[in-house]
Design a protein around this ligand. Sequence first.
Ligand SMILES: C[S@@+](CC[C@H](N)C(=O)[O-])C[C@H]1O[C@@H](n2cnc3c(N)ncnc32)[C@H](O)[C@@H]1O
Length: 190
Amino acid sequence: MAADFARLRSGIGTQAVVGWAQCLPPGASILDIGCGTGVPIASALWHRGFAVHGIDPAPSLLAAFRRNLPAAPAACEAAESSGFFYRQFDAAIAIGVMFLLPESSQRALIHRVGQLLHPGGHFLFTAPCQTCRWADSLTGRPSRSLGDARYRQLLADAGLALAGGFVDEGANHYFHARRPGTRETLDSAP
Ligand SMILES: C[S@@+](CC[C@H](N)C(=O)[O-])C[C@H]1O[C@@H](n2cnc3c(N)ncnc32)[C@H](O)[C@@H]1O
């Protein structure tokens, strides 16, 4: 289904994510979890000077990501088992991904994002605000949003705080969370 997904992926959400990225420092490192082909989201961020890294478990989508962003580090890995390049990031994004995972994997992913962000780092992911279940329109696979209250709790458990949210032109809801602190504090510590 990767070819169908790549063909059908519209530009929806690109301007919303690019607008959100203005909260990041210039050249910030961004981990794109479930990056797909890298078009349109990772590509838009890359061309605005961000150091995008991508992971995705679908070999054909990851191959397309490598073709579209040949200089961006990429790994064919699932979020549940990825080493996430064994480093920390200024930001992580998961666009159209979180709700594809079972609840236990969503919880584990949010926890791991809490660990991989620098202090002051940002996390952006899409999921409906309300608790709901549906069949993914392309794959038919079960999808589920844990809802605003549960995501707030899971983010707090992971050391992250919900910083806000917004909706794009396709009515997709984005959760924006932050890890408290500032990187300067960490870097200047004795
Ligand atoms: C709807 S697509 C979104 C792709 C991309 N983020 C975008 O906005 O175009 C969902 C992506 O999540 C990936 N994915 C599915 N299960 C995953 C997992 N366990 N870990 C990481 N990515 C996953 C899929 O391979 C697919 O590329």
